[in-house]
Design a protein around this ligand. Structure first.
Ligand SMILES: Cc1cc2nc3c(=O)[nH]c(=O)nc-3n(C[C@H](O)[C@H](O)[C@H](O)COP(=O)(O)OP(=O)(O)OC[C@H]3O[C@@H](n4cnc5c(N)ncnc54)[C@H](O)[C@@H]3O)c2cc1C
Length: 509
């Protein structure tokens, strides 16, 4: 091609790109949590020009990673279910997920330790799961299978109502699967607590405790949360649990790369200070660099703080924002200079008195002295996460959210109690192997992710109306303002945050 024809073609392509960009509607996203990233990808594939503003100099919010003295730690989520909602984002962008993001299937998923010396594994699949539990506990295999079949049925009755659609659009209630769920409302256990249903189903208090534990997946108490939440084990035991190659942070890394590849723009270290509203309609976002106009804004910031900090003049949905917030966590990220063959990727050391533990967290707003301890060790699957012969221990307990407690004193006391329990159950002296340490408490959650009161799962589900009292994915007051993430519908966890982004972006026309 002659040089001047080539130059003309180049100019034409630049002009074309400019025109396409000019005609695109724009979308500003506040926060690069997993839901903000998924929303960015979905909006870009819908034809919007998307800019993500992130307060931190890294993406992922709770789903991020840090290293100390040769040990790498995933800072927040560690249990990965329903990976197909990540795959869907690649497919939507015209890419094969397997070229960019991979994961392994876990079986067994958990190893449980009890004070009486019982050690058992939680397997994937109803039959294997029931066989192991019946072998180690005083329960019949058929009773466990019956329970799991019921959770499966309740999941299929409730998923369309509570997970896949906006609960705040009347028209959704007339869709056939939603109607079916509502007509079977009596079956879903909304009028008893998780613990009441589990105590009716089982005799062995260890089996009850194992199923009660799933209330902690959204930061609630099994003695208060409705039995509908007994569907959570369905996701793990029947649908399966997975581990991303490279650790949980690989999810964030893969989504950021995908978003960038399809044209999403990121502004890191750019906290949004205000969502600018004009005539009850979104106009743009204000950061320290000034105001940038957008046609649509999606806030992935915790909804409570979105209203308190970014929308000072907008009428607040007081009842929704007043709901009790979920529990939080204290985590010791320990570099351990020893390998523990008796531990797997996910390990639980159960408390002797679960009722007392939850009462201490939710009523006394303090930390129980014999807490249930979760130990996650990614170096079991990703050896590079710890030096040779060593392990990276993410050692977590559930604690109340931040209402001004003396956290320095509580964390110091918890450390002593946790070490004592670990030593007792694993017959070791763990302190002599700790060669690196980082600590997370509710204050850190609050400052790292702007989560109100350092709650890690938004609202607690400690009453039967909780699902209906999460904020909608859109604003009823302000046109073109939307919300996604763990603090709004359908709720917390990686899969639900991905569904939140889907519901939200489907509402944008
Ligand atoms: C310790 C812990 C353990 C967990 N375990 C699991 C688990 O095992 N499995 C699971 O599925 N889930 C788990 N979760 C829950 C899961 O991590 C969350 O539900 C999910 O990651 C929340 O994502 P999100 O999109 O709501 O945003 P977040 O992760 O809360 O991120 C919000 C982002 O917005 C940014 N932001 C906030 N305000 C502004 C602003 N004004 N301007 C710009 N940026 C802003 C923040 O900096 C942050 O990056 C866990 C969470 C924690 C903390």
């Amino acid at each position: 091609m002659p040089a001047n024809a080539f130059a003309h073609l180049q100019m034409f392509l630049v002009f074309l790109t400019h025109m396409t960009t000019m005609n695109k509607r724009s979308c500003g996203i506040v926060g690069a949590g997993v839901s903000g990233l998924a929303a960015a990808i979905r909006m870009q594939t819908k034809g919007f020009k998307v800019t993500v503003f992130e307060a931190n100099n890294f993406a992922g919010g709770k789903l991020s990673s840090e290293s100390v003295k040769g040990y790498r730690f995933d800072m927040g989520p560690s249990v990965f279910t329903m990976p197909w909602y990540i795959d869907e984002l690649f497919a939507l962008s015209g890419k094969n997920p397997r070229d960019h993001f991979n994961y392994i299937h876990l079986d067994p998923v958990y190893r449980y330790f009890f004070e009486d010396g019982t050690v058992l594994d939680s397997y994937h699949g109803k039959k294997d799961y029931a066989r192991e539990m019946a072998k180690k506990l005083n329960e019949k295999e058929e009773d466990i299978l019956k329970y799991l079949n019921n959770t499966e049925e309740v999941y299929h009755l409730t998923a369309d109502v509570f997970l896949f659609n906006s609960l705040h659009k009347l028209k959704n209630f007339f869709r056939r699967p939603v109607l079916k769920g509502l007509l079977n409302f009596g079956k879903i256990g909304a009028f008893q607590t998780m613990n009441e249903a589990n105590e009716k189903a089982f005799n062995d208090k260890r089996m009850v405790q194992i199923f009660n534990r799933y209330s902690t997946y959204n930061g609630s108490s099994p003695y208060l949360a409705p039995a509908t939440l007994n569907v959570i084990p369905h996701l793990e035991i029947i649908e399966g649990a997975y581990y991303p190659e490279g650790g949980m942070v690989a999810i964030t890394d893969a989504l950021v790369k995908l978003a960038k590849d399809i044209g999403v723009e990121f502004k890191f270290s750019s906290p949004v200070k205000e969502i600018i509203i004009e005539n009850k309609k979104v106009r743009g976002l204000r950061t320290d660099s000034g105001i940038q106009n957008f046609d649509v804004v999606i806030s992935n910031m915790d909804v409570y703080n979105s209203y308190q900090k970014l929308l000072p003049d907008v009428k607040k949905p007081e009842r929704t924002l007043r709901q009790d917030k979920s529990s939080s966590a204290v985590i010791f990220y320990w570099g351990i200079k020893k390998e523990f063959k008796e531990l797997g990727l996910h390990n639980i050391l159960f408390s002797e008195n679960y009722r007392e533990e939850f009462d201490t967290i939710f009523s006394k707003k303090s930390i129980y002295n014999d807490p249930t301890i979760y130990i996650n060790i990614t170096s079991k699957h990703t050896p590079g996460d710890a030096p040779a012969g060593c392990e990276n221990w993410f050692t977590m307990i559930n604690v109340p959210n931040n209402s001004g407690q003396n956290w320095d004193a509580l964390v110091a006391e918890a450390r002593v109690n946790m070490i004592r329990k670990i030593n007792r159950l694993l017959k070791t002296n763990i302190e002599e192997y700790i060669e690196a340490e980082m600590i997370l408490d509710p204050r850190v959650v609050e400052s790292r992710t702007s989560s109100a009161f350092g709650a890690i799962y938004g609202n607690a589900s400690n009453n039967k109306f909780a699902a209906f009292l999460r904020h909608a994915n859109f604003s009823r007051e302000i046109k073109n303002l939307y919300f996604c993430g763990g603090s709004v519908h359908p709720g917390p966890s990686i899969p639900l945050c991905l569904l939140s982004a889907k519901i939200t972006t489907d509402l944008v026309h």
